[in-house]
Design a protein around this ligand. Structure first.
Ligand code: 13P
Length: 255
């Protein structure tokens, strides 16, 4: 059975003081959770301090981006070995905001995934359609292309190590969550694609998170779906109470 994973994507929020306050509250209130993996993804500049607060906790650390080269003349970039060195275990790759504002493409996502895997980081690979694509019934075409291009060339063992985050762009930060049926339909489709790419065993092992306006009151419904293995949470991960409740409510779901 796949172990659910709930990750908080803090985006460009939380300076050191807020970050420490938030993870201290999470550490205290989630210490008894042992059925889901919990991840927080702060900005680069507070990763090290958050790592120290999280020592001896059941909460893991993730970054929000990574460059594909290890070192060299690449001003402004941060590489996988540098993240690994400070205790980062997961990295979000290809978030729709990076695709929209920073020129991320399926091809750059593919290079970043390979770099992450090379250094033992778990990629959280984001895919998702925009509203116009959904309305034009192109959701499955878009998702197919994103999955095939982002995960191109990975063998079954490499494929298994990824987490896929399905984040319909129209549901991000809008308060409009996909219904659990809408989400499940796409998650199931993604699992089918993964089976074609890496075989059934690999596809059954990959965890597929849902992201987009996840809140304490909709997580249980989402998690009750057979192919939804957790959530990538934006806004609600910035508030200790909400994130704690999301994790707790997801533990309560029998899968
Ligand atoms: P919201 O939860 O704020 O909609 O953001 C989702 C997201 O983009 C997580 O990566």
């Amino acid at each position: 059975m796949r172990r659910p994973v709930i990750a908080g994507n803090w985006k460009l929020n939380n300076a050191e003081r807020e970050a420490v306050e938030l993870v201290t509250a999470l550490k205290t209130n989630l210490s008894d959770v042992d059925t889901v993996d919990i991840v927080v993804c702060p900005v680069f500049t507070v990763l090290a301090v958050v790592h120290d607060v999280l020592l001896e906790s059941n909460i893991a650390l993730g970054a929000q981006n990574v460059y594909w080269e290890d070192a060299g003349a690449f001003t402004g970039e941060v590489s996988a070995p540098l993240l690994k060195e400070i205790g980062v275990e997961y990295v979000i790759i290809g978030h729709s905001e990076r695709r929209q504002y920073f020129g991320e493409t399926n091809q750059t996502v593919n290079k970043k995934i390979r770099a992450a895997l090379r250094h033992g980081l778990v990629p959280i690979v984001c895919v998702g359609e925009v509203l116009e694509e959904r309305e034009a019934n192109k959701t499955f075409d878009v998702i197919r292309r994103q999955c095939e291009e982002c995960l191109a060339g990975l063998n079954a063992d490499e494929l298994k190590k990824n987490i896929i985050a399905y984040e319909p762009v129209w549901a991000i930060g809008t308060g409009k969550t996909a219904t659990s049926q809408q989400a499940e339909e796409v998650h199931k489709f993604i699992r089918g694609l993964l089976a074609k790419m890496g075989g059934k065993e690999a596809s059954e092992a990959v965890r597929i998170q849902y992201g987009g306006s996840v809140k304490p009151d909709n997580i249980a419904d989402l998690m009750a779906q057979p192919d939804i293995d957790g959530a990538l949470v934006g806004g609600a991960s910035l508030k200790a109470d909400a994130f704690i409740q999301i994790v707790k409510n997801s533990c309560a779901v029998t899968r």
